[in-house]
Design a protein around this ligand. Structure first.
Ligand code: ADP
Ligand code: TZD
Length: 602
C-alpha cells in the first residue's frame, strides 16, 4: 500500500537470499557468521518445536513471514488477523503447544487482540506476536506508521505481555512467552517485537548462545495425598454423585485415565460442550440427556477442568435446585483445577484438588486402587432415575429428528449431520451460531476427545473459519463446520484461505436468513429491514465456488446428506448452503433469558 517505507520499517542487514538457512527438524544452522533479529526469532521458535505460524503479513513483519517459510515453518496466511488469532488459539488447545499468531502493528495487532483475549478467557495457550513501532516514537507520541503503545493495550487482556528491544534478548522473550502460555492455567500471551529489532545484527555465536530451549514448559502439578483423600471421601459417601467434565479436561489429554475414573466409580457424568467426546456421548454413564434432572438432584458434584461460570449457572440458583436465582442448591463440590484461585469463585468448594488434571486423576485412581474393597457403586435408585429421564428424552428427540418438514428445520438438517459425524468419528466439528450452536451441541454426538470446537466461554461469533483452518492444518483430519448464517458472516472471507491451502473443510450454513431467525420486519414499515435479518435467499455457496471450491445449495435432508458425503469423500473445500425455515429458531437460542427485555417480562 505504501510507496515509501516508513522510518520504522528498517531494512534488514541481509537480503532474503543471504538469510542463513536453518536445518530442518527444529535444528538451527551453526555455520552463519552473523545473526539478525529475523533469524533469531525464527531460530528461537524452531528450537522450541514451533512449526506453524498463523498470521497476516505487512510492515514490519512481511520479511519475517517469508523467512519463516523459507526456514521450513508452515506459514498460514489469513485475510483478517482475528481469524488467524482464533486459528492460533485453537491450535494451542488441540496440541498443548502455544499457537502463534503473527500480525503487523496497531490495526493488525488490534484485530488479533480479540482472539488473544478470547484465548485467555478460554484458557487456550496462544502467543500473539506483533510488529510494533519504536519506543522513542511511541513514548513521545511523535507519530509513526501504525504507531500505538501495543504492550500497554495488550496487558490487561493477556496472561502475560513482553517486549523485546535487543536481539540478544529474543531467546529470553520467546522462552518466557512460551512458559507463560502453557504453564499453570494456559492463556494468551503478547510478544511485542519493534521493527528495529529485526535488522539488528549480532555475532552468530552470541546469538546462538542467547537462545533458550524451554525445559519442561508445563510442569506437572501433583496434588498432595491428603487433598486427594479428602475429595475421594466426599465422593465415596455421596448418595447422588455427579461428575462434570470441562474443556480443561479435554485439553489435559489424560483421556484414558479420565475414562477409567468415570468407569471405575460408575458415577454419571455431564460433558461441557468442548468436553463432548472425551468419553463417547453414547456412553451409558453420560447424563447429558438428563441434565436438568441431575444438576438439582446431585448431592456431590466433582467438577474436572470446568469453571462454575455462567455456563453452569454459577453452581447455584434454580438450575441447581436453589429456591431463587442466587440461592445455593445444597450440593457439595469437589473441583479439580490447575488454578489455585478457581475454588470458591461462586460457591463453596468443599474439596478443591489443585493440580494438573493428568496428575490429579491418576492420583485419584491410584488412591482408589490402593483402598481395600471395591468402590461403592452409586445407588440403583439414582442411576435408574437418570436412566428413566434419559430414555424419555432420547425417545422424544428421536421423534423430532424423524420428522421431515419442508422447508428443513434445525432438527431435520442436524439429523443428517449427526449420522455423518457418527460415520466419521475422526472428523473435527466446528460449531457457532445461537440456535445452530445449541441444537448441534445437543443433537450431534461426539465419539472422540477434542473433536468439538466451539464458541467457548464467551459465546463468541467469528471463530468458525479460523478454527476450521487450524483444525485441518494441525490434524490433517476432515473438518465439518456447522454455522449459523450470521455466525459464518464474521469470518466467511476465509473461504479463500481454505481454498488456497486446499483444506478438507466442509462448511454447512444453517441458513434461516438472519440472526436467530429471518422473519422479523421493521415495525415502522420503513425502508430499512429489521436489524436482525439478511438478504433473503442468499447464495452463500457461491462464495466457495468463487475461489475454486465446491458450493452446494441444499433444500432437503437428502441433498444435504449427499453433499456432505461427497465433501468427505473428495476432501475438497466445500460450502453447503442448507436452507432452513426462516421461522425456525428462538431469540438468543437457549440463552433468551439473558436478554434484558426478556428479564423484564413477568
Ligand atoms: P468449560 O467451558 O468446558 O466449562 P472452562 O473453560 O470454564 O471449561 O474451565 C476450564 C478449566 O480447566 C479452567 O479453570 C482451567 O484452569 C482448567 N485447566 C485447564 N487446563 C488444565 C490442566 N491441564 N489441568 C488442570 N486444570 C486445567
Ligand atoms: N458478536 C459477537 C462477536 N459474538 C456474539 N455472540 C454476538 C455478536 C451476538 N450473537 C450471538 O450471541 S449469536 C449471534 C450473534 C450475532 C448470531 C445468531 O445467528 P446465527 O445462528 O444465524 O449465527 P441461528 O442459528 O440463526 O441462531
Amino acid at each position: 500500500m505504501l510507496e515509501v517505507a516508513p522510518k520504522s520499517a528498517a531494512k534488514p542487514t541481509s537480503t532474503a537470499e543471504e538469510t542463513p538457512k536453518i536445518a530442518s527438524g527444529g535444528e538451527i544452522n551453526t555455520q552463519a557468521q552473523e545473526n539478525d533479529g529475523f533469524q533469531l526469532v525464527i531460530d528461537a521458535l524452531k528450537l522450541n518445536g514451533i512449526d506453524t505460524i498463523f498470521g497476516l503479513p505487512g510492515i514490519p513483519i512481511t520479511d519475517l513471514t517469508r523467512k519463516l517459510q523459507r526456514a521450513g515453518l508452515r506459514v498460514i496466511s489469513f485475510r483478517h488477523e482475528q481469524n488467524a488469532g482464533y486459528a492460533a488459539s485453537i491450535a494451542g488447545f488441540m496440541t498443548q503447544k502455544p499457537g502463534i499468531c503473527l500480525t503487523v502493528s496497531a490495526p493488525g495487532f488490534l484485530n488479533g487482540l480479540t482472539a488473544l483475549a478470547n484465548a485467555t478467557t478460554n484458557c487456550f495457550p496462544m502467543i500473539l506476536i506483533s510488529g510494533s513501532s519504536e519506543r522513542e516514537i511511541v513514548d513521545l507520541q511523535q507519530g509513526d506508521y501504525e504507531e500505538m503503545d501495543q504492550l500497554a493495550i495488550a496487558k490487561p487482556l493477556a496472561k502475560a505481555a513482553f517486549r523485546v528491544l535487543h536481539a540478544e534478548d529474543i531467546g529470553v522473550g520467546v522462552a518466557r512467552a512460551i512458559r507463560a502460555a502453557v504453564s499453570g492455567r494456559p492463556g494468551g500471551v503478547y510478544l511485542d517485537l519493534p521493527a528495529k529489532l529485526f535488522p539488528q545484527a549480532i555475532d552468530a555465536e552470541v546469538g546462538r548462545k542467547s537462545l533458550i530451549k524451554v525445559v519442561d514448559p508445563a510442569p506437572r502439578q501433583i496434588p498432595a495425598p491428603d487433598v486427594v483423600q479428602r475429595a475421594l471421601d466426599l465422593l465415596r459417601h455421596a448418595k447422588r454423585p455427579l461428575i462434570i467434565l470441562g474443556k480443561g479436561a479435554a485439553y489435559a489429554q489424560a483421556d484414558a485415565d479420565i475414562r477409567a475414573l468415570v468407569e471405575k466409580t460408575g458415577i454419571p457424568y455431564l460433558p461441557m460442550a468442548m468436553a463432548k467426546g472425551l468419553l463417547p456421548d453414547t456412553h451409558e454413564q453420560s447424563a447429558s440427556a438428563a441434565r436438568s434432572y441431575v444438576l438439582p438432584e446431585a448431592d456431590v458434584v466433582m467438577v474436572i477442568g470446568a469453571r462454575l461460570n455462567w455456563l453452569l449457572s454459577h453452581g447455584k440458583g434454580k438450575t441447581w435446585g436453589g429456591n431463587s436465582a442466587k440461592q445455593w442448591g445444597g450440593q457439595k463440590f469437589i473441583q479439580v483445577d490447575i488454578s489455585p484461585q478457581e475454588a470458591d469463585s461462586n460457591v463453596r468448594i468443599d474439596a478443591p484438588v489443585v493440580g494438573d488434571i493428568g496428575s490429579c486423576v491418576s492420583a485419584m485412581l491410584g488412591a482408589i486402587n490402593a483402598t481395600a474393597g471395591p468402590w461403592p457403586a452409586p445407588s440403583a435408585e439414582w442411576l435408574d432415575a437418570i436412566a428413566e429421564r434419559k430414555t424419555k428424552n432420547v425417545a422424544k428427540m428421536a421423534e423430532t429428528l424423524a420428522k421431515n418438514p419442508t422447508p428443513m428445520n434445525y432438527h431435520s438438517a442436524l439429523n443428517v449431520v449427526r449420522d455423518i459425524v457418527k460415520a466419521n468419528p475422526d472428523a473435527i466439528l466446528v460449531n457457532e451460531g445461537a440456535n445452530a450452536l445449541d441444537f448441534t451441541r445437543s443433537i450431534v454426538d461426539m465419539y472422540k476427545p477434542r473433536k468439538r470446537l466451539d464458541v467457548g466461554t464467551w459465546g463468541v461469533m467469528g471463530i468458525g473459519m479460523g478454527f476450521s483452518v487450524a483444525a485441518a492444518v494441525v490434524s490433517g483430519e476432515q473438518v465439518i463446520a456447522i454455522e449459523g448464517d450470521s455466525a459464518f458472516g464474521f469470518s466467511g472471507m476465509e473461504c479463500e484461505t481454505i481454498c488456497r491451502y486446499n483444506l478438507p473443510v466442509c462448511v454447512v450454513i444453517l441458513n434461516n436468513n438472519g440472526v436467530y431467525r429471518g422473519d422479523e420486519v421493521n415495525p415502522t414499515g420503513g425502508r430499512d429491514p429489521s436489524p436482525l435479518v439478511f438478504v433473503k435467499g442468499a447464495r452463500y455457496e457461491k462464495l466457495m465456488e468463487a475461489f475454486g471450491g465446491v458450493g452446494v445449495l441444499a433444500m432437503t435432508p437428502a441433498e444435504l446428506r449427499n453433499a456432505m458425503e461427497e465433501a468427505i469423500r473428495s476432501r475438497a473445500p466445500t460450502l453447503i448452503n442448507a436452507v432452513i425455515d426462516e421461522k425456525a429458531g428462538t431469540e438468543s437460542g437457549r440463552i433468551t433469558s439473558l436478554n434484558p427485555s426478556a428479564k423484564k417480562k413477568p
